[in-house]
Design a binder for this molecule. Sequence first.
Ligand SMILES: Cc1ncc(COP(=O)(O)O)c(C=O)c1O
Length: 357
Amino acid sequence: MKLFIPGPTEVSSEVLNEMARPAIGHRTAECAELWKTARAGLGRLMQTRNEVLILTAPASAMMEGAIRNTVKTRSLHLINGAFSKRWFDIAKSCGVDAIAATKPMGEGFTADDLRAALSEYGPVDAITVVHNETSTGVMNPIQDYRAVLADFPDTLLLVDTVSSMAGAPVYVDDWGIDVCLFGIQKCMALPAGLAIAAVSESALNRAQEIEHRGWFLDFLRLQKANLKEQSPTTPSTAHLYALVRQLERIEEEGLKNRWARHEEMAQFIRNWAVGHGWEMFPAPELCSNTVSCIARGDGPDFVPALDALKEQGFLLSNGYGDLKGKTFRIGHMGEHSMKCIREITSLMDEALSICPT
Ligand SMILES: Cc1ncc(COP(=O)(O)O)c(C=O)c1O
């Protein structure tokens, strides 16, 4: 099955081969070297000098870790889709006073929206926001938030970049992100299995003030183990080998070239979708460059064509949750190129011409 869902996505055979290397001891010099190389590469990818943490876990684990380590009593959650809602649910389940600022799916949060939410609900220890809402194809303008947060110095900025990191610009230090987290199964084009975070000094200082941070997700424990270039628990060395190779491949391509490739694919998909009478679900200025969420508009029913493509071995995504049947999503990320985007769209055109609409 060829994956055009918004993650997990295609993995290159070169990277897959790395995962077949023999297991190594996780307290060896070889593993420490791998850990160190991975963390250095991740710092460059995220444009940060902050502490880089790696967990063998899904991204949701790091979402929980971010809450446990930075929220003493109260958190504010910008919710405009399924994953931002998940972060709110995680916070509630951790027992903090979690407050939701909600917008309809398809909309985003401007800096003014952030200021209004903080003024209404603050003071809070942290705000959570999803950079790229995979459920709706909305990219929030995180780059504009720093100026607002300058007026709220005790509020930390926690950002989920799960489906944007390595596919769209994210400047952790310049944007003032205190916890920037992601998984590796989206634009990183690796099999799911590692959760990564860059954590600022302010966030680590906050963790010092929180007694019950848990054990597995304790950022200070992870930071301490980093001093020895180790994980407190046994990491997936198969993933570490693959990660290091993929970080090299990303640097070989050039990060800016990679972002431009994603943007070109996104632009092509948008034109193609509008040409069919469909509409982009988000407003133009919020459309993601890594996942397109396309609404029916005046266009044909796409569900039979999605089913036909699945039969042929190409997987695209129906809408998420309530948006099923009303929208569909194409992941154009990671290893995808203009060539395969042209292929998948013409296959979809063929399927549309045959299927009843
Ligand atoms: C934006 C976003 N955040 C979080 C997650 C959760 O990731 P995981 O399944 O690795 O926990 C996803 C998964 O699709 C996502 O798209």
